[in-house]
Design a binder for this molecule. Structure first.
Ligand code: WAQ
Ligand code: MG
Length: 260
């Protein structure tokens, strides 16, 4: 069977004269069977036209045929959840899960190392706020490996297997479990850290092959427009090029098995 990749991005013209630029409003991507292409395309356009971030001036829809033999099928990461009282507590839990993965591989002192790494992660997260993609951070050298720091790297060409739903509104969890599963399987990937940039969506997650997908129910203040993703990578395990190639080019369908 042949599949089709569909990608949509919508933007709005803002500012005047020299300061004018296109501001991103909405984006979506799917990999679906031939008979779903039209319906999914319609749903994507609807999503772009009804987005809370504004009315688009520009919508780009790209449709490409994908051969079945080029598709990798992955089983979704196991999902767990952590309930917290406050977003501050949630962030602490997230840092607590991620820093040992960094520390282990950097062979740092147990206490001092953990505190430093937490501060480092906080700084990195702040740096992701204006980015459209994710930061690719090398835990072996402390360097950022995105070719374009302002944009970041984008994981793309992925969808849930057997996803016939063509809803026009975004399901954060469904999209995130697909992305996180692909990312966790990229060469050299250690872990991912994610906070949504949607002001109304405060649940975030940390994920890795070892941790699985850990939903943290509050990770930022309601109304906060800042969010971002950090991909923690280990350059001793793979090259940045092969990791980025996998994230941006490999076609992946994720078999999503249950949720909490
Ligand atoms: N590749 C890399 N980075 C991305 C991508 C992508 N395809 N899409 C978004 N980002 C970056 C970008 O910098 C965004 O600002 C940031 O991640 C957050 O993206 O279990 O909705 O799409 O309920 O706002 C988590 C769900 C939802 C938790 C996360 O992220 C749960 C979410 P958003
Ligand atoms: Mg968002």
């Amino acid at each position: 069977m042949d599949y089709y990749s569909l990608k949509m991005r919508a933007s709005q013209h803002v500012g005047e004269g020299e300061n004018s630029h296109e501001q991103h409003i909405s984006g979506a991507e799917r990999i679906v069977s031939r008979d779903s292409v039209e319906a999914v395309c319609t749903a994507m356009v609807r999503r772009a036209m009804t987005h809370s971030k504004g009315d688009p001036d520009f919508i780009n829809v790209k449709i490409e045929k994908v051969h079945e033999s080029d598709i990798q099928i992955l089983k979704s990461l196991p999902v767990t959840r952590i309930d917290v009282e406050t977003w501050q507590e949630g962030l602490e839990k997230a840092f607590g899960l991620i820093t040992p993965l960094m520390a282990l591989r950097q062979a740092q002192g147990p206490c001092d190392g953990a505190k430093k790494l937490k501060e480092k992660l906080q700084d990195l997260l702040r740096e992701t706020f204006p980015m459209r993609g994710a930061m690719l951070y090398d835990i072996a050298t402390g360097e950022r490996l995105e070719p374009d720091h302002a944009r970041g790297v984008r994981a793309t060409y992925m969808d849930a297997l057997h996803s016939s739903v063509v809803g026009s509104c975004k399901n954060h969890f469904n999209e995130a479990i697909v992305l996180a599963t692909k990312v966790a399987n990229a060469p050299g990937m250690v872990a991912e850290f994610c906070v949504s940039d949607d002001p109304n969506y405060i649940t975030g997650y940390v994920a890795s092959k070892e941790l699985g997908y850990v939903r943290i129910m509050k990770m930022k203040e309601l109304g906060d427009e800042n969010g971002g993703r950090i991909f923690l990578f280990d350059s001793r395990k793979a090259s940045a090029e092969e990791c980025i190639e996998y994230l941006q080019k490999k076609k992946v369908l994720v078999d999503v098995v249950g949720r909490t």
